[in-house]
Design a protein around this ligand. Structure first.
Ligand SMILES: [Zn+2]
Length: 484
């Protein structure tokens, strides 16, 4: 039976400049064979030596990619049109290629739900069916995970996995718009799944109420087509990257801090990975977390939405994916910058000869030893807030040293405390008396523990950490001190 094959401009020099060729065949494979028999020079542009269709050549039957049908076995009917679409320099469509079986259809209710997608030629019914077939795993349901979850669910991503082990906290609500006040204290995955099901009843939400670790990452990732990184810490970020590289899956990356954000797609099979960009993590303490440094509430909304946009593009194959490009956003200047990223030929995980072929201990890799000081920690290393209160009430001479940042001091303070932010401590040691009893505190006790280690090294032998920080003080000593 006669079908039409459309030849793209770059390949027409092999078909005597014909843009359309009529061929016979019962399947896509037979039709292409008949084409390459007539124009033998075309064959090596379409097929590799072992006879498989080249990865950068797409063949569409009418408006469906044959890879999503039955590839070469897909039957054709008289009057059908095959379109050959090779990649072109600068902006080749790149889509995740997952299922070879037919894409799922859309019910009348789904057609109504997605009608504003369906009438766009770039998405259309084919794109919406790809979205329905797609399985996306979101790591984290926090600031970035909120817009990601809302938009990916609304857009009709058929299977959405949510990984988080945390519960909703009051301090999350200024940016984590997935949650409402009544969700405080609930597991995030549970509250998020409920909200997302309300947005789109046509999709499947899978809640993984667990901490992502080297031991479970590969198993969790393997059932998904792509992974979206919405994490807020370096060990998890490196773990997500390495697991994605090892499984060949794209990793849609976003990160935020204060007023700045970054977005990219790391996909070892098609471009650089996170390790090509940042082979080593920053030393612990150099880059504060959002819990310490803060973040503008709307910023994850912007960055997470950009990630959602890239996810939808990867699934539908439209546009130019953010592979090999890092977008930087500055909310204060309202400026975007784009950096070109290159694959590191010596990347330990995504290069041709990787030196690391398994997942490692990422806490250790990032220099976060699990409290190495506990073994060597002296009995007098820390005191409780109740102890401090008792000793202050007894009129004992001691200095309460607050090592937080000035905006935190503005929110809440322990009366009579002296503020020296941790970052300034080294330069301002002269303000402290080495013979004095110094009780250092911060928000929860982590930064002040570092301060006490440092002070003792410098000869301040009577420096003591306040366990639990000002938060414990608010809870157990003085409830008029606001918690934050
Ligand atoms: Zn790499």
């Amino acid at each position: 039976m006669s079908i039409t094959i459309q030849i793209p401009t770059p390949l027409r020099r092999f078909t005597a400049e014909q843009g359309e060729v009529q061929v016979d065949g019962a399947t896509v494979g037979e039709a292409l064979d008949s084409l390459t028999q007539r124009f033998p020079n075309l064959r090596r542009h379409l097929y590799t030596d072992d006879g498989t269709l080249r990865s950068f050549v797409n063949v569409f039957l009418n408006d469906e990619d044959v890879r999503h049908l039955k590839s070469g076995q897909t039957p054709v009917n008289a009057g059908d049109t095959l379109v050959i679409i090779p990649s072109i320099a600068g902006g080749a469509p790149t889509a995740i290629q997952t299922e070879t079986e037919a894409l799922p259809g859309l019910s009348p209710a789904e057609i109504r739900h997605y009608s504003r997608h369906l009438i766009m030629p770039e998405i259309g019914t084919a794109g919406q069916r790809k979205l329905k077939a797609a399985k996306v795993l979101m790591i984290g349901t926090g600031g970035l995970g909120s817009p990601l979850g809302l938009y990916l669910a609304a857009a009709g991503v058929g299977t959405l996995g949510l990984v988080d082990f945390d519960v909703v906290d009051e301090t999350n609500l200024h940016r984590q718009v997935l949650f409402s006040d009544k969700d405080v204290g609930r597991p995030k995955t549970q509250a998020a799944a409920e909200r997302l099901r309300g947005i789109n009843p046509h999709i499947k939400i899978i809640a993984h109420d667990t901490r992502l670790e080297s031991a479970n990452a590969l198993d969790l990732f393997k059932d998904y087509d792509l992974v979206v990184d919405g994490t807020d810490n370096f060990p998890t970020r490196y773990l997500v990257n390495d697991a994605c590289v090892m499984l060949g899956k794209p990793n849609v990356y976003g990160s935020i801090f204060r007023f700045e954000g970054q977005v990219s797609i790391f996909w070892g099979a098609k471009g650089p990975c996170y390790r090509c960009l940042f082979p080593e993590p920053p030393p612990p303490g150099l880059v504060p977390s959002c819990a310490e440094g803060g973040v503008l509430g709307v910023l994850p909304g912007i960055i997470g939405s950009l990630q959602a946009n890239e996810v939808i593009k990867l699934i539908t194959g439209v546009g130019e994916p953010l592979i090999g490009r890092l977008v930087l956003f500055d909310a204060l200047k309202m400026k975007f910058r784009e950096l070109k990223l290159r694959k590191d030929p010596n990347c330990p995980v995504c290069s041709e000869n990787p030196t690391q072929r398994e997942l490692i201990d990422y806490e250790q890799f990032c220099g976060i030893a699990p409290h190495p000081e506990t073994e060597t920690m002296a009995d007098d290393f820390e005191m409780t807030v109740q102890d401090l209160k008792r000793r202050l009430d007894a009129g004992e001479e001691l200095l309460v040293l607050d090592v937080r940042n000035p905006p935190e001091y503005e929110i809440a303070r322990i009366p009579g405390s002296k503020l020296i932010p941790l970052g300034e401590l080294q330069d301002r040691l002269g303000e402290l008396d080495p013979a004095a009893t110094i009780v250092a505190h911060c928000h929860h006790g982590g930064r002040s523990a570092n301060a006490v280690h440092f002070l003792r090294q410098m000869g301040f032998n009577r420096a003591i950490n306040l366990a639990g920080g000002i938060d414990q003080w608010s809870l157990n000593v003085d409830r008029s001190v606001p918690r934050y």
